[in-house]
Ligand binder design. Structure first.
Ligand code: GLV
Ligand code: GLV
Length: 378
C-alpha cells in the first residue's frame, strides 16, 4: 500500500513529524541540516488527534502541526514520552495549542509571526473592499446570468474614502491593515488595545504632514476609550486580536447592535472572536450591514444560514495564503525545530526577516514559552 507519509533524509538521527506537507523546499533543507529524519503527511485530509498520537509513536524529537489541529495536553504528553523537545505551530496564532501542558512536558512551542503580517493585512483589505462594494453579490449575479446591462442603481455599495476604520487589536497585523487603509483611502483610525500604539500614531502624524503639503485636510488616529466607543464611531471594524478567554465572542449581539446600521465588520483573526449565530441574525435583520469573513467559529463548518446571506462575503481561511508567505512560514517553523534540537538560544526580537536572509541568526525565531523553559534568550 502506498504510504501517505513522505520521508526525507531517512537516516537522520532525530525523527520529526510534519502533519501536512508544506510548500517550498528550504524547510526540508533546514531540518536535514539539523540531522532530522522528516516524515510529512501528504494525505488529502488532515489528521485527527488520535492519528497524530499514533504518528508520534515512541520515538519523535519534534513536530510541526497545523492551526486546524488541537494540540492538547494528551498530544504533548505523547510527544514528551517519545523524546520530544519542540513543537512548532505552522501559524502565528496558537489558540489551538495547550501551551501550559507543553511547558509542563518541557516542550518548546514555536509559531511563525512577522512573515504573514503583510499577507493577512492585504486580505483584510480585500475583504473590506469586497464587503463595501458588494463583490460577492456582483459576481454571483453575473455568473447566474442575471446581468442585463449597466443600470444607475445596480448593486450600490459604500465608498471607503475618508471613512473611519476601527481596529480591534492594533498589533502587527492590525497596524499593517490600518496603514494600508490610511494610505489608500485616507481613512481615520480608531484602535482598541492595551497600550497606546505610538508607532501607528507617529505614522499617521507623518502622513498628515504629507496630506498638508498636498493641500488636503488631515485624518485622525486615536486610541478608543473603550470597545463601545470604537463600535459606535467606526464605519468599518476590523478584528485583529488574538483568541483567548477574554476575546471569545467579543463581538456579540449587543456589540453588533452598537455598530452603524450600514457598518462593515471584517474578521481575519479567529472565528470564535465573533458570536457567529448572533452575526447571522444581525445580518438578516440589517440588510445594509456587511461582513467580510475569512475565519469561522467551527471551521470548516459555517453557522446555519451564513452562506445564504447576500450581505456577507466569505473566504476559506486564506489570510496567509500567498506562496511567499507559506514558504516563509515553513522556514520559520523548521528553524524553530532545528535551533532547539541543536541547543541554540531563543530569539526575542520582533525582526523575522533576518531568518529569511542567506545568513540567518543562529537561534530559534519564535519560541512562545522560552522564558518559562529557562532557554537562553537573545
Ligand atoms: C493564521 O490564521 C495564522 O494564525 O497563522
Ligand atoms: C454610502 O454609504 C457611501 O459611503 O457612499
Amino acid at each position: 500500500m502506498e504510504s501517505n507519509w513522505q520521508i526525507h533524509n531517512s537516516s537522520g538521527e532525530h525523527r520529526v513529524i510534519v502533519t501536512r506537507n508544506l510548500p517550498g523546499k528550504k524547510w526540508i533543507e533546514i531540518l536535514e541540516d539539523a540531522g532530522c529524519r522528516i516524515e510529512a503527511w501528504v494525505g488529502r485530509k488532515g489528521l485527527t488527534g488520535r492519528q497524530i498520537v499514533n504518528a508520534i509513536g515512541d520515538n519523535c524529537r519534534a513536530a510541526i502541526g497545523m492551526l486546524s489541529e488541537n494540540w492538547s495536553a494528551e498530544l504533548f504528553a505523547a510527544l514528551q514520552k517519545a523524546g520530544g523537545k519542540v513543537y512548532s505551530n505552522y501559524a502565528v496564532g496558537f489558540n489551538n495549542v495547550d501551551l501550559e501542558a507543553a511547558t509542563k512536558n518541557g516542550i518548546a512551542v514555536g509559531n511563525t509571526p512577522g512573515v504573514l503580517t503583510g499577507a493577512t493585512a492585504e486580505l483584510a483589505v480585500a475583504l473590506t473592499l469586497a464587503a463595501a462594494r458588494r463583490l460577492g453579490e456582483g459576481e454571483r449575479f453575473l455568473r447566474a446570468g442575471l446581468f442585463q446591462g449597466w443600470a444607475p442603481s445596480l448593486l450600490l455599495g459604500r465608498l471607503l474614502e475618508r471613512k473611519t476604520i476601527g481596529i480591534i487589536g492594533a498589533g502587527r497585523i492590525g497596524s499593517a491593515y490600518a496603514k494600508i487603509m490610511l494610505q489608500g483611502f485616507r481613512t481615520n483610525i480608531i484602535y482598541h488595545g492595551k497600550r497606546v500604539n505610538h508607532s501607528l500614531e507617529n505614522f499617521v502624524s507623518a502622513f498628515n504632514d504629507f496630506l498638508a503639503k498636498q493641500g488636503e485636510r488631515p485624518v485622525f488616529c486615536r486610541k478608543a476609550d473603550n470597545l463601545e466607543d470604537l463600535l459606535i464611531q467606526s464605519d468599518c471594524v476590523s478584528l485583529h486580536t488574538v483568541l483567548n478567554r477574554e476575546t471569545h465572542h467579543l463581538i456579540d449581539a449587543r456589540r453588533l447592535s452598537l455598530m452603524k446600521k450600514n457598518g462593515i465588520l471584517i474578521n481575519t483573526s479567529r472565528g470564535q472572536v465573533v458570536d457567529e449565530k448572533a452575526l447571522v441574525e444581525h445580518c438578516l435583520n440589517n440588510p445594509q450591514f456587511r461582513a467580510g469573513l475569512d475565519v469561522f467559529e467551527e471551521e470548516p463548518r459555517l453557522a446555519p444560514g451564513l452562506a445564504r446571506l447576500e450581505n456577507v462575503f466569505i473566504l476559506p481561511h486564506l489570510g496567509s495564503a500567498t506562496n511567499w508567505t507559506r514558504r516563509s512560514m515553513a522556514v520559520l517553523a523548521s528553524m524553530n525545530l532545528g535551533a532547539i534540537i541543536k541547543g541554540r538560544p531563543a530569539w526575542t526580537k520582533p525582526e523575522m526577516e533576518l531568518f529569511l536572509s542567506p545568513d540567518p541568526p543562529e537561534a530559534a525565531p519564535s519560541i512562545l514559552n522560552a522564558k518559562e523553559l529557562g532557554l537562553v534568550l537573545i
